[in-house]
Design a protein around this ligand. Structure first.
Ligand code: GRG
Length: 308
């Protein structure tokens, strides 16, 4: 794996302090998310939505969206509503993924899962509420961006969430449960849809909001698909090597459920090598953006060095 000191990346002479960058962006995103949903009648559903949305997490998706928009010449303000929407969509997918009908998990982000606190009925509705609100939030709050770009963003979000994205990946994942002969191709399908599709939407939407030209959008899309798959390989590795405290969710679940994962197909060492190779391919896509791509480059490296 990439050593932790790689987080302090250098290009030329100036170091890039990724942890300071992430901390600063996380604080902006936390504040925007906190303001996005207020408690009103019926309080129970807003409370359940806020419970999971404000439970921490790395905020990788909104940060990717903001970073791409800035790299492409846009501003944080232009991208913040979309960044929040991406976190709402991600959070709703976690709430539904944890339900007894899916992965049946008791812990997420270091606290009890939504259905353990509010019950399955409210947890389903909290996910639905977050999903619907994500689209409303982008449409209602995006400012200083031409309407055509906002429409493109809404299209990309819908595509990433539906049967062509997260939902499709989850279906194949559910179908693969209990099977020992799942191929690498099927595993790749699951994770390019369940994980990479939303990460791709983060980056591409950030670029669209800033009005980036199509060939650059294609590069960013390839960058995101590569980091998305690498992210999932590392997730599978961490399920084996990290503790529940580090992960904030039950560790060793894949082994326990005898789930086919990248380490189960390739072993730990080869999985790490493949993840590293994907990160190198992702980094190559950023070359034309030069110095401006330093945050995206550092985030790509962070993916293979993370411990949670
Ligand atoms: C989207 C309509 C709709 C339904 C949901 C349940 C489902 C369909 C899809 C599952 C999606 C899923 C849970 C994918 C896993 C993605 C993943 C690697 C999550 C962990 O992300 P981190 O590590 O988590 O960024 P934090 O907590 O840091 O945000």
């Amino acid at each position: 794996m990439v050593a932790a000191d790689n987080l302090q990346m250098t290009q030329g002479e100036t170091p890039f302090d990724l942890s300071a960058y992430l901390q600063e962006r996380q604080a902006l995103v936390e504040a925007a998310l906190d303001n996005a949903i207020t408690l009103t009648y019926p309080e129970k559903i807003y409370e359940a939505m806020r419970y999971s949305l404000l439970a921490g997490g790395k905020r990788l998706r909104p940060i990717l969206c903001l970073a791409t928009c800035e790299m492409a010449g846009g501003t944080i303000e232009m991208a913040m509503p979309t960044a929040c929407a991406l976190e709402m969509i991600h959070t709703m997918s976690l709430i539904h993924d944890d339900l007894p009908a899916m992965d049946n998990d008791d812990y997420r982000r270091g606290q009890l899962t939504n259905h353990k606190v509010y019950g399955e009925d409210i947890a389903i509705l909290a996910g639905d509420g977050l999903l619907a609100y994500a689209f409303e939030f982008v449409a209602a709050n995006t400012q200083s961006v031409p309407a055509e770009r906002v429409l493109q963003v809404i299209l990309r979000l819908g595509r990433a969430v539906g049967a062509a994205g997260l939902v499709g990946g989850q279906v194949v994942d559910l179908e693969s449960e209990g099977k020992s002969d799942v191929s690498v191709e099927t595993l790749n399908f699951i994770h390019t849809h369940k994980t990479a599709a939303l990460l791709e939407a983060c980056v591409v939407c950030g670029g669209i909001l800033a009005g980036i030209p199509e060939p650059d959008l294609q590069r960013l899309s390839r960058y995101a698909q590569n980091i998305g798959l690498a992210f999932q390989i590392v997730d599978d590795i961490l399920d084996i090597t990290a503790t529940q405290e580090e992960l904030g969710k039950t560790a060793g679940k894949d082994l326990q459920a005898q789930k086919v994962t990248y380490p189960s197909l390739w072993g730990l060492e080869e999985s790490q090598r493949q993840a590293q190779q994907l990160i190198e391919s992702a980094a190559a896509e950023l070359t034309p953006f030069g110095e401006k791509a330093r945050p995206l480059l550092a985030i790509a490296n962070f993916i293979t060095s993370r411990t949670h």
